[in-house]
Design a binder for this molecule. Structure first.
Ligand code: GDP
Ligand code: MG
Length: 444
């Protein structure tokens, strides 16, 4: 199961094995997990080959450890498997649009029908619900309550057991009333051993009503069973998209990958709770981050981002020094934030132009620096963009306002502005001495 991947990430990042051995081990574990989730072997191999290739061709960015970078590569490639950077297109492709929800009982179809109705209603569609679960007692009542809550009409026939007829009549009625989005909530498995009967019914509704889209609703905890299940539903009704429910629980959503593999359909939404608004458009990256272990990955991504920001700042500094661009307080602000995210402390001071001319930094100076950095960040948070871009307009009155807003002293605001001015003066000197510039900033 995909939980294995999560553990493998932990082991990879904290284990004692050498990098090459750890990579080998991790890739094996990844393959095993994916194959045991019923992902096609071909797909798994192509994924791991891509990862290996990137490892050979690319080098980790500065400030990111090799191991962290490796996990980032895995993350990228796994995300690509789920659709990459693109969020799925969720708006109906035509008007009207009929959706039929299928899936095992208890997965959350009825709840999801309500969530979808609410989601599209807020997007401006005229939405209606059809209750075609004729097996579970009170199924229609459940849907009606949801409909009432969000003010969406519900079609149902309390005494009928004709799910196909109900679907046909419900859809016809709402179409004639010019509803734009009609969602059919169907039954789940009704009694053990009657699965094929249920699938026959799905098939019949599908063939008679001809919905524009069949949505398979699966429970995040389903795991490996998801493959066969998705396949069966797919054969009965040509599944067009997938919704994973209960992603808020302890389950890791491994079955999602199996369902995708079995149907070729895309995941469109995930359910994150029982409430009507706890539905989220599926985001491949966020989903994979959940599978891999959010904490570890978030930290790495933060660092990556900081590294990118840091590189863009370096380039900016070079432009400033070569006279191509002007330094603003906003640059300094970005710089401090980016560098702080990356730690270590002594680096922060080194990177502020001007201070690295001071030579070696002593430990106690670093300490003062850290406190000062925090203060400066809150001071700059209280400045307007205009002030950040053009600090020369910061007069006494503005200083008072900024100090008040940031909970600091006017003196401290003045100190920051003066520091900035000092940097600008230094830069002017540096511009005249280009060779020194290269010496100082070349290794930035
Ligand atoms: P159905 O039989 O497929 O129609 O499933 P229901 O919609 O009746 O849901 C079964 C149970 O799962 C209910 O108690 C729902 O409140 C709960 N449920 C549905 N979706 C979610 C979800 O995304 N998260 C959580 N935690 N519970 C959910
Ligand atoms: Mg139901």
């Amino acid at each position: 199961m995909l939980d294995g991947i999560r553990d493998a990430v932990k082991k990879f990042l904290t284990g004692n094995a050498s990098y090459d051995v750890a990579v080998e081990e991790f890739i094996k574990e990844l393959q095993k997990s994916l194959i045991s989730s019923d992902v096609q072997v071909k797909l798994v191999l192509s994924l791991t080959n891509k990862i290996k290739e990137r490892l050979k061709k690319e080098t980790p960015p500065s400030n990111l450890e090799r191991r962290e970078w490796f996990i980032k590569v895995v993350y990228d490639e796994l995300s690509a498997l789920f659709g990459g950077d693109k969020e799925p297109e969720v708006n109906p492709k035509s008007n009207p649009w009929v959706i039929m929800l299928v899936g095992v009982q208890g997965t959350g179809k009825t709840t999801t029908a309500g969530k979808l109705a609410y989601f599209y209603k807020r997007r401006g569609y005229k939405v209606a619900l059809v209750g075609a679960d004729v097996y579970r007692p009170a199924a229609l009542e459940q849907l009606r309550q949801i409909g009432k809550q969000i003010n969406v009409p519900v079609y149902g026939e309390p005494d009928s057991s004709d799910a196909v007829g109900i679907s046909e009549r419900g859809v016809a009625k709402f179409l004639s009333e010019r509803y734009e989005l009609i969602i059919i909530d169907t039954a789940g498995r009704h009694g053990y051993g009657e699965e094929s009967k249920l699938l026959d019914e799905m098939k019949e509704i599908y063939e008679k009503v001809k919905p524009n889209e069949v949505v398979l609703v699966i429970d995040a905890s389903l795991g490996q069973k998801a493959f066969d299940l998705a396949k069966k539903f797919h054969e009965a009704s040509n599944v067009g998209s997938i919704i994973i429910t209960k992603m808020d629980g302890t389950a890791k959503g491994g079955g999602a990958l199996s369902a995708v593999a079995a149907t070729g359909a895309r995941i469109k939404f995930i359910g994150l709770g029982e409430k009507i608004d706890e539905l989220e458009v599926f985001n491949p990256r966020r989903f994979v981050a959940r599978i891999l272990g959010m904490g570890d990955l978030e930290a790495i991504i933060e660092k990556m981002k900081a590294t990118e920001e840091y590189e863009s700042i370096q380039n900016k500094m070079k432009d400033v020094i070569s006279g191509k661009s002007k330094l603003t307080l906003r640059d300094m602000y970005k710089q401090i934030i980016a560098v702080r995210k990356m730690g270590p402390l002594s680096k922060i001071l080194q990177l502020i132009p001007g201070t690295n001319m001071l030579g070696d930094i002593k430990e106690d100076q670093v300490k003062i620096g850290e406190e000062k950095m925090k203060k400066w960040i809150s001071i700059m948070n209280s400045m307007t963009y205009e002030e950040l871009d053009n600090p020369s307009i910061i007069d006494k009155q503005r200083m008072r306002r900024i100090a008040f807003g940031s909970g600091t002293e006017v003196e401290e605001v003045r100190e920051l502005v003066e520091h900035f001015n000092m940097i600008q003066r230094t830069l002017k000197v540096l511009k005249r001495r280009k060779k020194d510039v290269e010496k100082l900033f070349g290794q930035l």
